[in-house]
Design a protein around this ligand. Structure first.
Ligand SMILES: *Cc1c(COP(=O)(O)O)cnc(C)c1O
Length: 231
């Protein structure tokens, strides 16, 4: 399917989920996750009206950033970020979705020439394979970051477990929203924390119902040219 038709279908489903939840569709931005596809396919997404692109590897990000710079997408780094990769990507991303430890914050603070918009990644599913910090660690972590003038905590990010059990998924997203509201109540100068990055191809409608402001959609929007499963 061409990206344009996929996007129309996804946008319809977002609109319906917003209606069910009494939200405005304008509150939800779609990040096209291009990690499985070529720069040409990523450009198709931009031509279809997508503004936000997401990559989870430094190599993929830098390659597409260079080739697509005239199209001016907003770049999101959505994957686990190794501390030693920060230097390479920091000037090429607008958002980092995977801030999950103090050593990474230290490196961002050191390498960034200006304030960087970050999501704190939270493990809401208690699966050991998932990245992100435990819920209990989030508030103390955010408080520590008040000394980091190059970091702005714009929101929280999570990945739900891969399951058909809708109640389990919904519970993860709801927990993230409640935690987001707690962080916001801190009223900390560099933690407006108004955003929720949650929802992927298989669960974005639930995420939107639970308050997502950024959904990260790869395979059902741009497809998967690697031929393999989702990583
Ligand atoms: C790959 C990836 C996505 C998109 O996954 P799809 O299921 O293909 O939509 C979203 N978020 C993160 C962190 C990813 O790594």
């Amino acid at each position: 399917m061409d990206v344009k038709s996929n996007l129309r279908h996804i946008q319809d489903r977002i609109d319906e989920a917003c209606k069910r939840a009494g939200r405005s569709p304008g509150e939800v931005s779609i990040i096209a996750v291009t990690k499985y596809v070529s720069p040409e396919r990523a450009r198709e997404a931009l031509d279809a009206g997508i503004k936000h692109l997401g990559e989870n590897r430094d190599s993929g990000l830098l390659h597409k950033h260079e080739l697509l710079k005239d199209d001016g997408p907003v770049w999101h780094f959505i994957g686990t970020l190794q501390t030693r990769k920060v230097k390479a990507i920091i000037d090429h991303v607008s958002y980092i979705h995977s801030l999950d430890r103090l050593s990474l914050a230290d490196e961002i603070q050191k390498r960034a020439g200006k304030q960087v918009d970050c999501f704190v990644q939270v493990n809401t599913s208690l699966e050991t394979s998932k990245h992100g910090m435990a819920k209990e660690e989030v508030l103390p972590f955010v408080k520590k970051l008040s000394a980091y003038e190059n970091i702005r905590i714009v929101g929280l990010m999570t990945m739900a477990p891969f399951t058909d059990d809708e109640a389990v998924i919904r519970n993860c997203f709801r927990q993230l929203r409640e935690l987001r509201d707690e962080v916001r109540k801190l009223d900390q100068w560099n933690a407006p924390c108004s955003e929720l990055s949650m929802g992927m191809s298989n669960d974005f409608t639930i995420a939107v119902e639970e308050g997502a402001t950024f959904v990260r959609i790869g395979s059902s929007l741009v497809g998967n040219e690697t031929g393999g499963g989702q990583s």
